[in-house]
Design a protein around this ligand. Structure first.
Ligand SMILES: *[C@@H]1O[C@H](CO)[C@@H](O)[C@H](O)[C@H]1NC(C)=O
Ligand SMILES: *[C@@H]1O[C@H](CO)[C@@H](O)[C@H](O)[C@H]1NC(C)=O
Ligand SMILES: *[C@@H]1O[C@H](CO)[C@@H](O)[C@H](O)[C@H]1NC(C)=O
Length: 450
């Protein structure tokens, strides 16, 4: 009596059925138990010619890291898989409208999908359950950290865009047994990834595209779904950390042309700047992979700037050498002049004594006042012949003087020439330097932004 009224009540409320149903009833009906190996062993088809159609999707949650040095791309992804198990079906109306149940993952057969580029096992704990639909559709999803290899082109580093792909496919089932299709097309996958993206770090997610391809080996064909992720580097950090400092050093080097040439200051300054750059080059070594088919532009940038600075350092050394040499020459010359002067003096004195007409001494050695007195006395003795001699001596002395002047003047002009040359070299090099630097910088920035 009690049961009847309960059934009646149920019928009134539900309108469909009034049984109390549990998920276990469905499992009992299917004979799906943990030790029933029938559901696990073989591909879930009733006839072996049937193809299992697997639908899969990869959605990007986060970009954890991208390492150029080791060429690894580490995203966090959500992989969903759906297929049809032909051995499973029930009528929901017999089980109080239960349309789906969740069962532990190891109770049923699963497609052996794996990501080809993955180089490390995922250690995050797997989702324990999967969903079984009443018409036999089985669905499961998995969050995982994929450590994958990705061939990166660092030619345009740090203004580069990388494309990394993840190919999902079956390990053993070939295309005759299993087909694999994407759930959503490229634009849907991109949009969905953008919606759920949590962290991107240094990288900006651009888009994701999916395409199907066949892999063949020894007449066996496997179907692959390839998800290609395009990411763009945010270059700000590298620009601030690397490109700008080098540019600043280059500007400093340019500015050092206005430091005076003589003394070693300019040389010391340039050497310091060059050393600073070489320290920065060490950082580059940490970032970039050693194998790369095309020379990275940033390496060209560094090497050319380094070479230009080296050239300017050499030029400074040359100019300093020229000027230093002159100063030395000048000193030597001064010594020589003194010698010559002394010699000339002695020479004329000898002559004066020999000719017996020392009156000339008044002309050539006015500083030796004490010799004047005897000269005057002797001069009275032979005035006429002395006058002629004196004139001749004056003439000779003048010739000597002229000669000396000529000797002195020659090297001085040369010296001036040498300094002039140094200045000219400096000026030409400065112009060459500025032109080369501006041409090179515009070329490299164009190349970076192309
Ligand atoms: C259920 O499975 C068990 C063993 O796995 C088997 O003995 C039994 O006959 C099956 N029952 C039905 C109704 O298929
Ligand atoms: C099974 O049911 C689900 C949900 O109702 C549906 O998406 C799917 O297409 C169905 N599969 C088949 C083979 O009818
Ligand atoms: C892969 O092979 C299957 C079966 O032969 C074919 O239907 C499909 O078009 C092929 N896919 C590609 C991308 O060639």
């Amino acid at each position: 009596m009690m049961l009847v009224s309960f059934v009646l009540l149920c019928t009134i409320i539900d309108g469909v059925s009034c049984e109390v149903c549990s998920y276990q009833d469905v499992l009992d009906y299917l004979n799906l138990t943990a030790d029933n190996s029938v559901f696990k062993l073989t591909r879930p088809v009733l006839d072996h010619t049937h193809v299992t159609v697997v639908k899969s999707d990869i959605i990007l949650y986060a970009i954890l890291s991208v390492v150029e040095k080791t060429q690894t791309f580490v995203p966090f992804v959500w992989v969903s898989v759906q297929w049809q198990d032909e051995r499973i079906s029930w009528d929901p109306s017999q089980f109080c409208g239960i349309t789906e149940i969740s069962v532990p993952k190891d109770m049923l057969w699963k497609p052996d999908l794996f990501i080809y580029e993955m180089i490390q096992k995922d250690e995050s704990p797997p989702n324990p359950y999967m969903i079984v639909n009443h018409n036999g559709t089985i669905f499961y999803d998995e969050d995982m950290r994929v450590v994958s290899t990705c061939k990166m082109d660092v030619h345009k580093f740090p203004f580069d865009t990388q494309e990394c792909s993840m190919s999902i496919g079956s390990a053993i089932y070939c295309v005759k047994e299993m087909r694999i299709f994407p759930f959503s097309n490229s634009s849907r996958a991109t949009q969905f990834s953008r919606e759920v993206m949590r962290t991107q770090g240094e990288w900006e997610f651009l888009q994701m595209s999916v395409e199907s391809s066949n892999l063949s080996l020894n007449d066996r064909h496997w179907e692959l779904l390839t998800y290609t992720v395009s990411i763009k580097r945010r270059p700000l950090l590298h620009v601030i950390n690397f490109l700008l400092p080098i540019l600043f050093f280059l500007i400093l080097d340019l500015a050092s042309f206005f430091i005076a040439d003589h003394r070693g200051e300019k040389l010391g300054f340039k050497v310091t700047v060059l050393l600073a750059i070489s320290v920065l080059l060490l950082i580059l070594n940490d970032i970039l992979p050693s194998m790369s088919n095309k020379t990275p532009l940033i390496a060209t940038y560094c090497i050319v700037i380094f070479a230009l600075m080296l050239l300017s350092l050499l030029e400074t050394i040359l100019v300093t050498y020229l000027i230093e040499n002159d100063t030395k020459d000048e000193l030597n010359l001064w010594d020589k002049k003194e010698d010559q002067h002394l010699k000339t003096k002695n020479h004329s004195r000898d002559k004066v004594k020999r000719n017996g007409c020392p009156c000339i001494c008044r002309v050539c050695e006015s500083e030796k006042q004490h010799e004047l007195l005897p000269v005057n006395e002797e001069a009275n003795n032979s005035r006429d012949s002395g006058d002629a001699n004196a004139l001749q001596l004056i003439l000779e002395e003048l010739k000597n003087l002229k000669n000396m002047m000529h000797h002195h003047l020659g090297p001085r002009e040369e010296r001036m020439k040498s300094v002039l040359w140094a200045k000219r070299i400096n000026k030409c090099f400065f112009v060459f330097y500025v032109v080369t630097v501006s041409l090179f910088l515009s070329f490299i920035f164009l190349e970076w932004y192309s």
